[in-house]
Design a protein around this ligand. Structure first.
Ligand SMILES: [Zn+2]
Length: 317
């Protein structure tokens, strides 16, 4: 099932708590369906739950009997075709929400949404018929495909006000419709929860967390690799210096505190400063200081032998 269908199935199950909200949801669903006019229109969906819900809403919210038939969608998939074949029903649906069907352009009648509880039910209805959302594994995009320009801008305004969510949609012209869309994952989550699709919102959040965790791991492992390279090159230089001391004078020539560290470093070239410090029970700056001493002694010996530099890096004092 697509993410869009998943959301619609969840929204179709949400039961409005009050009669005003049931009417608002009915209004939202039919207003954006291309079946809201005096002429007979058809609405086609690949989500049967959405089609069934439209029929229930028409009956419960406006007392009209819609018809559902099986059809094929534009993508050649099994779909449901919803319509209001009786003119009397089409008229009754329009009148139920203060429309005549003679308006020069279709707008949202805000009088239907006067109660504070109603906009969320209205948007739930709107998404049920004209909404879509991209699989969050691919990208974040939620869109309402609105059949008319002014209706699209009305929806844009309503979304901006919705529930104080701070949702900031954008409007784009598409072939044969207007898209009112969101791209911000946080805003999409908030709107889904607001409309009554908390499950889909949770799924989006989990996908996002998973993606972020994966990115963090990648970033961290890049960081660790870089650090490891640093540890290895420093260690290589130290090991060479200690080996030079060992070969010329022997490690026993060293004071005890340096000797212990020299043996430990020779045996464990991969150890970090922190690990050496832990093993010896000496602070990291103490270990660092001793390593510098070993480098000075070893590199001086190598210089005597004619090996000028072990690495390009200068000795840090
Ligand atoms: Zn209400």
């Amino acid at each position: 099932m697509s993410f869009t269908s998943q959301i619609k199935v969840e929204l179709a199950k949400a039961e409005p708590r009050r009669l005003c909200c049931l009417r608002a949801q009915c209004y939202g669903a039919w207003l954006f369906s291309k079946c809201f006019g005096l002429q007979e229109g058809t609405y086609i969906t690949e989500t049967p739950a959405a089609a069934r819900r439209m029929l229930e809403l028409a009956a419960a919210g406006a007392g009209v009997a819609a018809q559902m038939r099986y059809a094929v969608s534009r993508r050649n998939r099994p779909a449901c075709r919803v319509s209001l074949p009786e003119e009397q029903d089409r008229r009754q649906l329009l009148e139920a929400f203060g429309h005549t069907g003679q308006e020069p352009c279709l707008r949202i009648n805000r009088a239907v949404l006067e109660d504070e509880c109603c906009p969320e039910a209205f948007l739930r209805g709107a998404f049920l018929t004209c909404g879509s959302a991209t699989d969050p594994n691919k990208s974040y995009h939620l869109e309402f495909a609105v059949p008319h320009k002014n209706l699209a801008w009305d929806l844009y305004t309503l979304l901006g006000e919705a529930g104080g969510l701070g949702v900031a949609p954008a409007v784009v012209r598409r072939a044969g419709s207007w898209g009112v869309y969101l791209k911000d994952s946080g805003q999409i989550e908030d709107l889904l929860t607001y409309m009554g699709a908390a499950g889909a919102s949770m799924e989006l959040m989990q996908v996002k967390m998973y993606k972020e965790a994966k990115n963090n791991i990648n970033r961290k492992s890049n960081f660790e690799t870089a650090n490891m390279d640093k540890t290895y090159s420093a260690s290589a230089r130290q090991t060479a210096a200690i080996a030079a001391i060992n070969d010329s004078r022997g490690l026993d020539s060293l004071p005890e505190n340096l000797r212990e560290l020299a043996r430990l470093r020779l045996d464990n070239p991969e150890m970090t400063l922190r690990e050496l410090s832990g093993r010896l029970g000496v602070s990291r700056s103490g270990v660092n200081h001793r390593l510098q001493r070993l480098l000075e002694i070893g590199e001086a010996l190598l210089e005597e032998k004619g090996v000028e530099e072990l690495t390009q890096a200068p000795i840090q004092k």
